[in-house]
Design a protein around this ligand. Structure first.
Ligand code: ATP
Ligand code: MG
Length: 441
């Protein structure tokens, strides 16, 4: 409840080792601390934001009836040998030998492990589809970890897997995740473009990357602006509705620089609709049929016949999203981070003017705090003795979306209430509660 009790090691200046703003700001506001190259501890402020993002991811997965499981971080090499990826995956895989000299690895992804769970649990086609997901740490020994938690070695990912009887049903599952991702990024107040993508080392034949716009993104993107007009709000979870939604997106040109071709771009997109910008990949979905089920013998019984199940996999970079939101929403002019209220570390901060001799504002803060708490508003009181304006600056930087200021002339009924980046207004506590709660979704 009190800022003075939190572990938030704020730095006076931007750290010089950081190149992009999310990395700078996350270090500066004590959200993360590097422990070794590409490996970070998450301190209370950063951890809280990540957990809020994780919960929204979870809600959106549950909404399409995906089931949550938890697979371990450490895997046996045996299943990777079965799929044929043990050698193929290369140096990004962190290999470990245990005391019995068994070859283990820190999972970079979980297709093999989840296929092993499936083949031991499901026998009949009547149990299909199966949509499974988990939210777990991954390790990839990236050649050049950089940009803080945006491209690190240990990172937090939601990965989901679908199992179906045939390609038609498999594509239906794929499209459910497609919609679920659109809803997720909308709730995070991000503009995400689903971009038909190459399938890369995971292989397969259908894939989309979800890219959000940000000047500092690693991928250059070329798209038709009209893609932002496609509306998914009324899409229902049935085959036809989902297929149409995908078609509505796929008809627009949207590619990263690997696939970009100027002649094609000019031919397909009117000059005034062309958008060339940069983006960050926050999600990636694949449909790859029986690529893993065949070598790993994951099948169901269908009319007395053995059928290899058709699979897809669906990733979201939960930890990367923390940085991606900063990159996409940072207010350059005022130097404020901007958190959508759903994931802000706190929804509201109470900033009382206090001095050694006069603590009345602190008592008042407690009253306001309790009232907000009763109404489920996640609040913090800055009880430090820093001066008023540096407290305000600090919380502007951290990006807590709403502030209640208790200064010299605060009366009991009308409180000074401020949205980050806007002028303050005088409001009754009940009105403040209404405003804050109306912004959540
Ligand atoms: P990239 O092209 O950025 O390396 P990828 O194609 O290897 O990503 P996937 O295997 O599809 O990534 O993983 C799913 C999601 O996990 C990505 O969309 C991204 O958000 C996140 N992710 C992947 N690698 C990292 C990393 N090194 N650090 C942080 N997040 C990552
Ligand atoms: Mg990668």
């Amino acid at each position: 409840m009190f800022f003075s009790n939190l572990l938030v090691p704020i730095l006076k200046n931007n750290p010089s080792e950081a190149k992009i703003k999310s990395h700078k700001l996350m270090l500066r506001t004590g959200m993360i601390k590097q422990s070794s190259a590409g490996i970070y501890s998450w301190l209370p402020l950063g951890f809280k934001i990540m957990k809020k993002i994780e919960n929204i991811v979870r809600e959106e997965q549950n909404r399409i009836n995906a089931q949550e499981i938890l697979m371990p971080t450490i895997q046996s090499s045996d299943i990777w040998k079965e799929s044929g990826r043990y050698e193929d995956y290369g140096e990004e895989m962190l290999r470990i030998t245990d005391r019995q000299k068994r070859e283990m690895l820190y999972g970079p992804t979980n297709e093999e492990l989840v296929t092993d769970i499936f083949r031991n649990s499901i026998k009949s086609y009547k149990s299909l589809p199966q949509l499974l997901y988990h939210i777990q740490w991954k390790f990839r020994d990236e050649l050049r970890p950089r940009f803080g938690i945006m491209r690190c070695r240990e990172f937090y990912m939601k990965d989901a897997y679908s199992f179906d009887l045939n390609d038609d049903e498999g594509e239906y599952s794929y499209n459910k995740f497609f919609l679920s991702y659109l809803k997720l990024f909308k709730r995070l107040d991000l503009k995400a473009i689903p971009m038909a993508a190459d399938t890369g080392p995971i292989g397969g034949n259908l894939s989309h990357e979800f890219i959000i716009l940000a000047e500092t993104g690693e991928s250059k993107i070329y798209t038709d602006k009209n893609i932002f007009e496609v509306n998914h709000q009324n899409c229902e979870i049935n085959k036809i509705s989902l297929e149409n939604l995908r078609k509505n997106f796929d008809k627009y040109y949207a590619v990263t620089d690997e696939k970009y071709n100027k002649i094609e771009f000019d031919k397909l997109v009117k000059k005034e609709d062309q958008l060339e910008t940069k983006g960050i990949e926050v999600g990636h979905i694949f449909y790859f049929g029986d690529k893993y089920s065949k070598p790993m013998n994951a099948s169901v019984d269908y009319d007395g016949k053995k059928v290899f199940v058709k699979m897809g996999s669906y990733g979201v970079g939960v930890s990367r999203l923390v940085g991606a939101i900063i990159e996409a929403k940072f207010d350059e002019k005022n130097e404020n981070m901007i958190w959508p209220i759903n994931v802000a570390p706190y929804e509201c901060v109470i900033i009382p003017l206090i001095s050694k001799s006069d603590k009345t504002n602190l008592e008042k803060s407690m009253k306001v705090f309790n009232k907000l708490k009763e109404n489920k508003i996640d609040t913090i009181i800055d009880n430090t003795e820093e001066n008023f304006s540096s407290k305000m600056k600090k919380f502007n930087l951290i990006g807590v979306p709403y502030q209640i200021l208790l200064g010299k002339k605060t009366d009991d009924d009308m409180l000074e209430f401020k949205k980050v980046g806007e002028e303050s207004v005088k409001l009754k506590i009940d009105e403040i509660i209404k405003i804050i709660n109306s912004k959540k979704n």
